[in-house]
Design a protein around this ligand. Structure first.
Ligand code: STR
Length: 505
């Protein structure tokens, strides 16, 4: 009897304390929820998450909350609120939730992409940023040179298909993998290396299972039971780590502290320099592995995926492709290959890439953020520990900001006279913004421009023999991947003739 009274009293006190604590505070509208399961029973939609979250705005407004099992989460669908989260109060929301899947991938929160906000994350990010400067303009190993070399291999591989229907995935993957591989390890793969296909496969598994709120990320105790998805993820991560460790081992043998040439060298040097400092964050072999693997994974998957989306859209809109080619013919012709400074000239190509990044953002929900302190968004209180989903998809498709957002219209990124690139709405940040903004944006933009310019100078893109256009509906994951498709890459007449006349001279 007594214990019953005491428990009731304590419950009542707790309830009153909670109520008092939230007095005067306003929380975002929340989806209905039950104990333990949270809002999950009310969220059974067949739509992909970013589309479902976009639709929920009609009922709940631009910002709303839900319970992902035991986790309180807030979805932000509007540019001005997202800017507050990412920029204005960037530091309040710069952490990442710990999840079973990301812990498996990142060795329990090491590396950069999925690690908590703090001195360790900052140090690794800075190390990567300073390594980028080794590849700037004047250096003998500058990015432009590396990308053009890979663009050349990519075009050679496409020409060897002799205009037959092929899936360009492997060649796009190889091209972006080799750019980032030279940045990380000063080495590259050959097309016939078996590793490439293996890597492409395990990357797909990782992308489809990491940070996408599968049940193991909501109820961690589920991992105590046999789980196929989890086993597959663990196997893929093991394979990835093995492959990266092999690369690291080879590069370590060549390491010379006085000649730092790539990311791994920079990390190894920092490890030696830090070893006698007790206050600096730790640099262990596992941290190095995870940092390099993050940069590698981020560099490969994102670029190759966008190149494929660009090809797919140009197959759907051949008139856009023709106009880009006219511009290439006029401004470059066939006597030389495209370089980065052509970006100021090939405005249609640039605007097409920008439009592809708008209409099919690489990461439609970014990577979930975590409030590291009590804070607010707009008029709403956000308690420490809240997961924040920025719905980039709805921000890029907001009808208040974009004219006919569902339509593919590259010219929206050009001024009236089509002479200058513009950003018609601020509601656009394909690479995120704030403290966690994409670290490789300039590299990605350079790769996208050069790969596409090289391809379109040489090839006409045609629909595969079966007449099927690529699906423009992708597969939801931490990267919004396109479903595999085939296309024909036919050498352009002008290019062929220019080659013949060059070889006869
Ligand atoms: C791809 C697969 C892999 O092997 C390793 C990683 C880790 C970094 C991830 C990357 C992934 C997917 C794309 C991410 C990137 C970090 C930043 C990038 C999520 C899972 C984006 O935000 C698009």
């Amino acid at each position: 009897m007594w214990w019953f009274l005491i428990i009731s009293l304590l419950t009542l006190l707790y309830y009153i304390w909670q109520k008092l604590g939230s007095l005067g505070k306003k929380y975002p509208l929340c989806l209905p929820h039950l104990p333990i399961l949270g809002s999950l029973p009310y969220m059974n939609s067949s739509d992909q998450a970013h589309i479902y979250f976009t639709k929920l705005q009609e009922k709940y407004g631009h910002i709303y909350a839900f319970w992902l099992g035991p986790w309180y989460a807030v979805v932000v669908n509007q540019f001005s609120l997202a800017k507050e989260v990412l920029l204005k109060k960037g530091k309040d929301f710069a952490s990442r939730p710990r999840m079973v899947s990301t812990d498996i991938l990142s060795g329990s929160g090491k590396g950069i992409a999925f690690s908590e906000y703090g001195p360790q994350w900052r140090m690794y990010r800075k190390l990567v940023q300073s390594t980028f400067s080794l590849f700037k303009d004047r250096s003998s190993q500058n990015f432009e040179k590396i990308i053009c070399q890979e663009a050349n291999f990519l075009c050679k591989a496409l020409s060897s298909t002799q205009g037959q229907s092929v899936d360009p995935a492997l060649d796009c993957f190889l091209a972006s993998a080799n750019v980032i591989c030279q940045f990380c390890f000063s080495s590259s793969w050959k097309r016939k290396d078996k590793d490439i296909e293996v890597m492409m496969h395990f990357n797909d598994v990782i992308i489809q299972s990491v940070a996408r709120d599968s049940l193991i990320d909501i109820f961690p105790w589920i991992q105590l039971f046999p789980n196929k998805e989890l086993t597959q993820l663990k196997e893929s991560v093991k394979l990835r780590n093995k492959m990266m460790e092999e690369k690291i081992k080879i590069q370590k043998e060549k390491f010379n502290i006085d000649s730092v040439n790539n990311l791994l060298d920079a990390l190894l040097k920092a490890k030696i320099n830090n070893s006698h400092l007790t206050q600096e964050p730790e640099i262990t072999d596992e941290h190095i592995l995870m940092t390099v693997s993050d940069i590698f994974g981020a560099g490969v998957e994102t670029t190759s995926s966008v190149v494929k989306w660009c090809i797919a859209y140009l197959l759907h809109y051949p008139q856009v492709k023709e106009k880009i080619q006219e511009e290439i013919d006029q401004k470059i012709g066939f006597t030389r290959t495209p370089v980065l400074s052509d970006r100021n000239q090939l405005l249609l190509l640039e605007s097409t890439i920008r439009e592809v990044l708008r209409i099919r953002p690489v990461a439609p929900l970014l990577i979930p953020h975590l409030a590291c302190t009590d804070s607010s968004i707009g008029e709403y209180t956000i308690p420490k520990g809240t997961r924040i989903y920025i719905n980039l998809w709805s921000i890029h498709h907001d009808p208040e900001e974009w004219d006919e957002p569902e339509k593919f219209k590259p010219e929206r990124f050009l001024d009236k006279n089509k002479e200058q690139l513009i950003t018609p709405s601020a509601s656009y940040f394909p690479f995120g913004c704030g403290p966690r903004t994409c670290i490789g944006e300039f590299l990605a933009r350079a790769e996208l421009f050069l790969f596409m310019a090289w391809i379109l100078q040489r090839f006409d893109l045609e629909v595969a023999d079966d007449g099927e256009l690529p699906s423009l509906e992708g597969e939801f994951g931490v990267v919004y991947q396109i479903i595999p498709f085939k296309a024909k890459f036919k050498q352009r007449k002008g290019w062929r003739e220019a080659q013949l006349s060059a070889s006869s001279q």
